[in-house]
Design a protein around this ligand. Structure first.
Ligand code: AMP
Ligand code: MG
Length: 310
């Protein structure tokens, strides 16, 4: 506990000095910098090799801070009350007098915001007086990190400081919902759409048409382990890693279980960890058994389809 406290103070120092550092969240680790500082946030783009046109998600600790930057509406309040802090990102109207710097939004009049649910990063957000722009702490298009070791794996010595918060317990990015006008789901993630529909009394669906990308930065290729991926496979080849979600009678060296009993939440948590593990082995390709396209399974399939377009 004492060690966490001194590390949080260290993190604040780096951030106050316009550096970008890695921070833990419940979804994945983020590459964080002061969202009001051009100098700090431009370091995120450089380190991640992120195209300038991809806007960043900004992390807040309370509504008072958020009110300075965004126009809030009824749908937002309903979802905020039930789901925050948690793995959901809202796209809102940016206020004219907001101090969010222009490279965070790519000059847009909208802002993606989130309230992360991780005790260490929550604490950090309460002791700084600016929100944190923080995309996932991986090189653009590569696998997202869910632990300190994963961040080291991505950036090595290029990153100044990593705030360690253990393994991310959701293990998948946030669900993104656009709340300007009629709500629209832009990315599947840590909150199931059915939960959002219940709260808003709507029937939102996710348009999984990868030909038509709606959210900037939600490119076709992403989360890539760098080798081909085949989906909906019943039987793998010998030199392939085989990703499974339920226990098979016979075991084999190339089997990688996301879950042993089709638990899709557990499978989502293990997805990036498993892809990263496989990438380090000498497999020529990856095959994946059919994953039901419902609940978290939909988010897993979305990631796997993008990862397979490497
Ligand atoms: P990540 O890099 O994993 O944190 O993902 C951030 C994603 O948030 C981006 O790739 C965009 O798809 C989405 N995003 C950020 N800002 C906006 C915005 N203003 N409107 C729509 N989507 C956004
Ligand atoms: Mg990302």
């Amino acid at each position: 506990m004492k060690r966490n406290h001194s590390n949080i103070k260290k993190a604040k120092k780096y951030l106050d000095n316009n550096n970008c550092i890695a921070v833990p969240t419940e979804t994945v680790y983020g590459l964080a910098a002061n969202a009001y500082s051009k100098k700090a946030t431009s370091k995120i783009f450089k380190l991640k090799k992120r195209p300038k046109k991809n806007p960043l998600i900004v992390h807040y600790c309370n509504l008072n801070m958020l009110k300075k930057d965004c126009e809030l509406n009824n749908d937002f309040f309903k979802l905020y009350e039930k789901l925050c802090p948690g793995p959901i990102t809202f796209v809102l109207k940016l206020k004219k007098d907001s101090k969010i710097c222009k490279n965070v939004t790519n000059n847009k009049k909208t802002l993606a915001v989130r309230f992360p649910n991780h005790p260490i990063t929550k604490k950090l957000l309460t002791i700084i007086n600016y929100p944190l722009a923080a995309p996932s702490a991986n090189i653009s298009t590569k696998i997202s990190p869910v632990s300190k070791e994963d961040v080291i794996d991505e950036f090595g010595k290029k990153i100044k400081f990593i705030l360690d918060g253990g393994r991310s317990h959701v293990g998948l990015e946030s669900t993104i919902i656009n709340l300007i006008g009629r709500p629209k789901v832009l990315r599947l993630g840590g909150i199931e759409i059915s939960k959002i529909n219940k709260i808003l009394r709507t029937n939102l669906k996710f348009n999984n048409n990868l030909k038509k990308i709606i959210s900037p930065g939600q490119g076709k290729i992403h989360y890539s382990p760098g080798i081909p991926i085949r989906l909906n496979v019943k039987k793998s080849k010998i030199d392939e890693a085989f990703i499974l979600i339920q226990k098979r009678k016979k075991s084999a060296k190339n089997f990688y279980y996301l879950s042993k009993n089709k638990n899709l939440k557990e499978a989502a948590k293990n997805l990036y960890k498993t892809l990263r593990m496989i990438r380090k082995k000498k497999f020529k390709s990856i095959s994946v058994e059919k994953i039901p396209n419902k609940g978290f399974g939909q988010a897993i399939n979305d990631r796997l389809i993008r990862a397979s377009k490497f």
